[in-house]
Ligand binder design. Structure first.
Ligand code: PMP
Length: 419
């Protein structure tokens, strides 16, 4: 099996892992005297120097507030910021740059849709469908709004592999279903959801669909027009970019019809005490206040980096890493993998009989291996599977098969210590 994984890896020559790793200064560091094996990529991926350098360049050369200034620095900052909008448009396959709204991340993007679209379009008696696989950030904004407006939230069930039940999904629709909010890839289990098919079914019933792409954007090519997503959200820090910058894609017609979400500078056309205040055109209507200028510019550098390596190559390589890791940990006595969908991104969630996930996480860190333990902000999913926490290893373009082996060996050692 190991040989098979290695051979398959050799059949994906497009990703040069050594070259990829050379872009990440952090990968050279040691943790507790051992080389870092970073397998917490679903929480935050590491940052290549092409992204890190943006901050030096921006603050050293052209730091300025954007849009309003007439001076050279403001012009340069505005051009770089707006240039990222075009990079994101191309990255998502969107039709127009005005469909790209910058946010702090996925959480803020979903809150924007809830606060602006949801508040204007949902009322008592309406229904919103979300899935059992959702991250809290695609659950709680709808719960908060539903308390206020009185619409119902219905949950799309999963089977024992962590795969959404599409027949049950189709049966949940009624004439009051207004919105489906679903992730593209589950952060807890790695399940890849058939969002294109789900969008088709939602649209057949006259409902809108919001896709949380936080875990998809780093691993596969996303085409919002092919999916026919009404809204699509992702975070910079999970796609080799900085924290503090993320994206909401929305179809222009929807964004145009939505009221503003936050009020302030940048999002207005005219402000008056005598007449109605009027608002800027999209996307600026949704970008109140000074945005995270450097972070957005750095997000552009991250997306160019990812596209340069190639998402197909990254996805194929991560599939090799996942296959190797799955095979290695499956040999461990009493270890149970949660999330065994046939279509899975590079996430391996597991529990071990007689060993607390937290103990495993703490002890494996002593061996230089960073994994995540806990509920992964997906408590309804974990509770459904009868656990409070799992250990999760998640992979990125710079991980190697050797690191997977180091992880598996460290895990075996740690388990023998705690049992
Ligand atoms: N959705 C999913 C599927 C996620 O994995 C995460 C981050 N763990 C989020 C949403 C929230 O992303 P952020 O914290 O960057 O807003």
């Amino acid at each position: 099996m190991t040989d098979l994984a290695t051979r398959d890896a050799l059949e994906v020559p497009r990703l040069d892992v050594a070259a990829v790793r050379a872009d990440f200064p952090i990968l050279a560091r040691q943790v507790h005297g051992r080389p870092l094996v970073y397998l917490d990529n679903a929480a935050t991926s590491q940052t290549p120097r092409q992204v890190i350098e943006v901050f030096d360049d921006y603050y050293g050369r052209y730091n300025a507030n954007i849009h309003r200034g007439l001076h050279t620095l403001a012009d340069e900052a505005t051009a770089a910021y707006e240039g990222t909008r075009e990079t994101v448009r191309a990255f998502l396959g969107a039709a127009e740059t005005r469909e790209i709204v910058f946010t702090r991340g996925t959480t803020e993007a979903i809150n924007l849709v809830a606060g602006a679209w949801g508040r204007a379009n949902l009322k008592a008696g309406d229904e919103v469908l979300i899935s059992r696989l959702e991250h809290h950030s695609n659950i709680v904004p709808w719960q908060l709004l539903s308390r206020e407006l009185g619409f119902a939230i219905k949950v799309i069930p999963v089977d024992e592999r962590g795969v959404l039940d599409l027949d049950a999904y189709a049966r949940l629709f009624t004439e009051r279903t207004r919105l489906v909010a679903v992730n593209h890839v589950s952060n807890a289990f790695g399940t890849v959801n058939p969002v294109r098919e789900m969008a088709r079914i939602a649209h057949e019933h006259g409902a809108r669909i919001l896709v949380d792409g936080a875990q998809a954007a780093p691993h596969q090519r996303v085409d919002v027009r092919d999916i026919d997503a009404d809204f699509y959200a992702f975070s910079g820090h999970k796609v080799y970019g900085p924290t503090g910058a993320g994206v909401l894609y929305g179809k222009a017609s929807l964004l145009e019809a939505m009221p503003p979400w936050q009020g302030g500078g940048e999002m207005i056309a005219t402000v008056s005490f005598e007449h109605e205040t009027t608002f800027a055109d999209i996307p600026h209507k949704f970008e109140a206040g000074t945005p995270a200028v450097a972070e957005v510019i750095a997000l552009g550098a991250a997306l160019r980096w990812v596209s340069g390596v190639g998402l197909e190559a990254i996805g194929a390589w991560e599939a090799q890493l996942l296959a190797r890791a799955t095979e290695r940990v499956s040999r461990i006595d009493g270890l149970r993998i949660l999330g065994t969908a046939p279509d899975k991104a590079g996430v391996l969630s597991f529990v071990v009989d007689g060993a607390h996930s937290q103990d495993i996480g703490l002890l494996i860190d002593q061996l230089g291996v960073a994994i995540r333990t806990g509920h992964h902000c997906a408590q309804p999913l974990l509770h459904h599977f009868g656990v409070d926490a799992t250990c999760r290893a998640s992979f990125a373009a710079y991980n190697t098969l050797e690191e997977v082996d180091l992880f598996a060996e460290a895990l075996e050692r740690v388990i023998s210590m705690v049992r």
